[in-house]
Ligand binder design. Structure first.
Ligand code: ZN
Length: 247
């Protein structure tokens, strides 16, 4: 049984027995793990105040090779996101981020870049102007990192660049992984028709650099983007995320 030290975001916490907790942690080095924190609810807990939902802790885990719960032996608070404690909209967005990490990542499958992107996202959720765009940017980063990114430029089936129809619209397979050309569209399930501006906004939100900032403070322009990305995520996890209506 190896002791491993890593940074970890608390994405779920369930009270068990008299004084303990089972935590779902999204860790930088090990990916998602479930760990038992013995005595975490005692007044003099061995974990100080580090184990609040949506806080990042520096932890030591005794990592079990089998399906058994890992054992948390140390936890020290590394970063707490104050905005999540004073702003309900920011808290919902943070809980949505946690729900996605829980639903989309596998146990013991590390994604350090996604961990770092999560921290940056949580740090800025207090800003109501950029928050809706930031959440979508996180979702797209999540999909890219996990190899689930929809095709945004070429037809997901034949690889050709589809020319938009006369109304500047493109077909987009919500369950089949992105843009569809007119030849490949027939017979595909769950196809949405995206306007040119909507597809371009999704591309900007998925790209490095600052182009995505053009979507800030434009709820009308963002609404079809929100609906499209939400539908892609819902198809991937087989249900609508619980907190999706709140972001
Ligand atoms: Zn095609």
């Amino acid at each position: 049984m190896a002791a491993i030290r890593t940074l970890a975001l608390v994405i779920r916490s369930v009270d068990v027995f008299e004084t303990s907790r089972v935590l779902t942690l999204f860790t930088r080095e090990l990916g998602k793990v479930s760990a038992l924190a013995k005595g975490a609810r005692r007044l003099k807990s061995p974990f100080q105040s580090g184990l609040d939902l949506l806080s990042v802790c520096d932890i030591v885990l005794l990592h079990k090779a089998s399906d058994a719960l890992d054992l948390l032996t140390e936890a020290v608070l590394d970063e707490r996101y104050e905005a999540l404690h004073r702003d309900t909209a920011a808290l919902y967005a943070g809980c949505y981020v946690a729900e996605l990490l829980d639903a989309l990542t596998d146990r013991h499958d590390p994604h350090p870049r996604l961990f770092d992107a999560t921290r940056v996202t949580l740090r800025h959720l207090g800003d109501p102007v950029s928050r809706p765009s930031r959440v979508i940017r996180f979702e797209l980063a999540c999909l890219r990192e996990l190899g689930l990114m929809p095709a945004l430029d070429t037809c997901v089936h034949c690889g050709r660049v589809p020319s938009p129809d006369r109304g500047d619209r493109v077909a987009f397979g919500l369950a089949t992984g992105g843009v569809l050309c007119p030849e490949c569209r027939p017979g595909q399930p769950h196809v949405a028709t995206l306007s040119g501006p909507t597809l371009r906004a999704i591309r900007a939100l998925a790209s490095p650099g600052d182009a995505w900032k053009a979507t800030w403070g434009d709820p009308e322009g963002l609404a079809p983007v929100r609906a499209t990305v939400g539908a892609v995520i819902s198809h991937l996890i087989g249900r609508r995320p619980r907190l999706l209506p709140f972001v």
